[in-house]
Design a protein around this ligand. Structure first.
Ligand code: ANZ
Ligand code: ZN
Length: 828
């Protein structure tokens, strides 16, 4: 064995060997429990960054660990390959999106292989290949047939820089999720998926996801935003038309002093027509319309409104109230009209103060001390109803129900449920995506492309120009087609699908990646699904994770998959930072993954990533840290080099525990305790960092033992320890572990071995008897592990039944401990 561990030769040697032997090839095996371990597949934008390295390292550890634990592990990888950057590269550098993407994929794949990740590469999927997007289109048609895909004209989010529309989920704080431009609104005819039809189930089934981070579930819950309330019918005084409002606070109906319509509300135009208010209101409407939804509802945005000159009648008391239009009311939520209750809603309070509208108190604080004149903000808590006619004196929470009953009984309103979530806008005016398989025919209207004519292929020869309409819309050969139904002239849909559709079902495709008769086979998908462990970034908390859940449910309803939820357990890994700051090109603090792998090797990088922080926490990249990891690997290597020749193939088993002398017994105990701890840390808690610390301690103990034994070590005990260390390191540093394993005289790969067992008997700590005194008199004796710390010992003693009995009614003043021997409790 060489003196120094040479990762360069060793890592590539084993990577080649594993690939040749197809070590990670996996098929259905009904005799073994399955385990589906999945990392979010990357968008192939160039090279891997540290965040990627972290996800794949974590996923690979789990996949390898489970394999050693006897599971049949599916661990696949693929490419989320459609998307705007490829098209921008085409515009800027004249390279075709397909070539740009293929080149990046080749590079990233090389990096993943250099990292030594255990993927079954035969199952690689690529969403921009016709053999994949054919099924994306097929699924679109399935949604269409089930009434879950439809086209409508709507005010949609428009990113001027990306020159395309965006889903609500892709707008963050009023900005484009991809390029950060301020999003505006446009009226366009677009395709939607009816995710709202699944709102209730998406909400309810969150309860099944007990192995998801709480915060992700909460974010989805808020995004779905279920809200129970009533619709109340007001009447427009002039025209007699009904104006329905949605409110969650029916108890405040008597406190309404004005009403507000969304600028887009269809009634606005009619109310102001031919009045002096027409021009200013129309101007106001135009101005607010272009603002994105979040910009409008953001608390920072100044609330602005205008009186329409019209009045409405309150259904509960017949009062006449002015009708306004304002920027903070959204057409897409509820009914697009709200009743203004300034005394009990902060937004309304501010609005009323700003525009001098009356404020009326209708909910009194339980102590009765609320005075309208003294209010500086809205009173939003429950209380007692006042100024509310027949409802006076009611608890407001009860009032919500009573007023709802009244509205329903009199036909002036009804209970209803509202959701914040909107249908998913999926059409994009871009080239590099899966074409929507629809044709428009003068005679037949909207005609789906028949399944046997899929895929609708992207034409390769198109022109990429900055700005402007999509290249597809200008590709006449593509656009002009024959109607599949009547054969007459027809035009193709030129929008492509949101790439989030491609990624909403890729985890199903891995089950049957080469299937040509369908997106997957029932047998395979039902064997592998659901994904047992999903690993990925928190930035997908709402987007990808919500969409994938939606897809899975629809496919379940269509009888295609048994699973109702795609991902049983979710691990959202933290960010990788440099000196506490997020790594980014603009900050110039990006650590190059290629450079790290060149300098330190894959194993050192992996070990550092796993050791530096628990997976959910942020990980600060440090050169010292990775150097430390590399040194530890050398240290393990030297230990093996030292013993290798002496361990030989003699096959001597460790001596029975009792026959071992003290030092040997301690070392053996530590070996078994370490296996126990590492197993538990990985399995239940994802505490890879503490698992690695434990292995490091064991290695230290081996060095110490070698020194103390001075050449007269018990080699059976050493060999056992080295074997277990090697096996435990296998999922973390697969290359070094393989090399060590062979050095121990084994001919089969370490990655085909079983995870090490521990002997509970050998792992048990030695126990000692501790005498317990209370005020100097012996009251009890207990068995505790040798070397138990003072704090733990004290706790153990004070919880003893007998001790508690002697202390009854007294106060402990002091506890004197003599570890391993005696504890004296002084009490008065
Ligand atoms: C009167 C009222 C009084 C309200 C009060 C609240 C407190 P959630 O819980 O999110 O569903 N609202 C209704 N439609 C709206 C729209 N299109 N744009 C903006 N705001 C709208 O919120 C429901 C509440 O949001 C409704 O209850 C309504 O204000 C407002 F003391 O009605 B409330
Ligand atoms: Zn036709």
């Amino acid at each position: 064995m060489e003196e120094r561990y040479n990762f360069k030769t060793v890592e590539s040697k084993w990577q080649k060997d594993w690939a040749e032997k197809e070590l990670y090839r996996v098929e259905i095996d009904p005799r073994r429990p399955k385990y589906y371990c999945l990392e979010m597949f990357p968008y192939p934008s160039g090279t891997l960054h540290m965040g990627h390295l972290r996800v794949y390292t974590i996923g690979d550890l789990l996949a390898r660990f489970k394999r050693m634990k006897g599971f049949n592990v599916l661990h696949p990888m693929g490419w989320d390959a459609f998307g705007l950057p490829a098209e921008n590269a085409a515009i800027e550098h004249g390279i075709h999106p397909a070539s740009w993407t293929a080149r990046n994929i080749a590079n990233i794949k090389r990096q993943m292989q250099a990292l030594g990740v255990s993927y079954d590469w035969r199952r690689e999927v690529n969403t921009c290949q016709p053999d994949y997007y054919r099924w994306t289109q097929w699924l679109f048609l399935l949604f269409y047939r089930r009434g879950l895909a439809y086209r409508k004209k709507a005010a949609v989010n428009w990113c001027p820089a990306c020159a395309t529309v965006l889903a609500n989920e892709q707008v963050e704080d009023g900005r484009c999720w991809r390029c950060d431009s301020v999003v505006t609104r446009k009226e366009l005819e677009q395709w939607f998926l009816r995710i709202t039809a699944y709102a209730d189930r998406l909400l309810e089934d969150l309860a099944l996801l007990d192995r998801w981070p709480e915060r992700v579930r909460v974010m989805q819950e808020n995004w779905i935003g279920r809200s129970e309330g009533v619709e109340a019918d007001f009447k427009a005084e002039a025209t007699g038309e009904t104006i329905t409002v949605f409110t969650t606070r029916a108890d405040t109906l008597f406190g309404v002093t004005y009403m507000v319509l969304a600028p887009e509300h269809p009634l606005v135009e009619r109310l102001v027509a031919g009045t002096p208010y027409e021009t200013p209101v129309k101007e106001f409407v135009e101005r607010t319309r272009t603002l994105g939804e979040l910009a409008r509802t953001s608390l920072e945005t100044e609330k602005e409104g205008l009186f329409t000159g019209a009045y409405a009648i309150n259904p509960v008391n017949g009062e006449r109230i002015p009708i306004w239009v304002a920027n903070y009311v959204l057409m897409e939520y509820g009914t697009g009209a709200v009743m203004g209750v300034p005394a009990h809603d902060q937004r309304d309070f501010e609005f009323a103060v700003k525009y001098g509208l009356p404020i009326r108190l209708v909910i009194q604080r339980p102590d009765g001390g609320l005075m309208l004149e003294e209010m500086t903000e809205a009173y939003v808590d429950p209380g007692v109803m006042v100024n509310s006619g027949p409802f006076d004196g009611l608890d407001s929470r009860e009032g919500i129900q009573k007023v709802a009953d009244y509205l329903e009984a009199t036909g002036k309103g009804r209970r209803t449920v509202n959701y914040r979530i909107r249908d998913w806008l999926i059409s994009r005016q871009r080239y590099w995506g899966a074409p929507i398989p629809i044709v428009y025919c003068q005679g037949c209207g909207t005609v789906p492309v028949p399944e046997d004519r899929l895929p609708v292929l992207l034409p390769p020869d198109v022109e990429f120009l900055p700005g402007g309409p999509s290249p597809l819309a200008r590709a006449e050969d593509f656009v002009k087609t024959a109607c599949p139904s009547c054969g007459g002239p027809a035009r193709r849909e030129t929008d492509t699908m949101d790439t989030f559709i491609c990624s909403s079902w890729y985890f199903l495709r891995y089950a049957s990646p080469r299937e040509t008769a369908g997106p997957f086979t029932r047998e395979e998908v039902n064997y592998w699904m659901p994904v047992d462990q999903y690993v990925g970034g928190i930035e997908h908390a709402v987007l990808h994770l919500l969409y994938s859940r939606f897809f899975t449910k629809v496919l379940h309803d269509a009888g295609l998959v048994e699973a109702v939820e795609p991902f049983s357990s979710l691990l959202a890994q933290g960010m990788v930072t440099k000196d506490g700051a997020k790594m980014s090109k603009s900050k110039g603090n990006v650590v190059s993954t290629d450079e790290i792998m060149e300098t330190y090797g894959a194993d050192a990088a992996r070990l550092f990533i796993l050791f530096a922080a628990p997976p959910e926490r942020d990980l600060d990249w440090s050169d010292r840290g990775i150097q430390g990891a590399a040194r530890f690997l050398q240290r393990v290597w030297r230990l093996m080099a030292h013993y290798r020749d002496r361990l030989g193939g003699d096959g001597q088993a460790p001596l029975a525990d009792t026959a071992l002398a003290g030092r040997e017994r301690e070392l053996r105990r530590l070996t078994h305790r370490t296996v126990k701890k590492v197993t538990e840390d990985i399995e239940g808690r994802f505490n890879f960092n503490t698992a690695i610390s434990a292995i490091m301690e064991l290695v230290n103990a081996l060095y110490l033992y070698r020194e103390e034994a001075g050449g007269r070590e018990n080699l059976a005990v050493v060999k056992e320890a080295l074997e277990k260390v090697t096996l435990m390191l296998a999922p973390m540093v697969p290359h070094l572990a393989e090399e060590l394993w062979r050095a121990l005289g084994n001919r089969e790969s370490v990655h085909l071995q079983a995870w090490p067992e521990f002997d509970p008997e050998a792992a048990r700590a030695e126990e000692v008897t501790v005498v317990i005194q209370v005020n100097g008199r012996v009251r009890d004796r207990i068995q505790v592990p040798l070397g138990l710390g003072e704090e733990a010992l004290r706790e153990a003693v004070l919880s003893q039944e007998k001790v508690r009995a002697h202390l009854a009614g007294r106060k402990v003043v002091k506890v004197i401990t003599v570890p391993d021997k005696l504890v004296n409790v002084v009490a008065r």
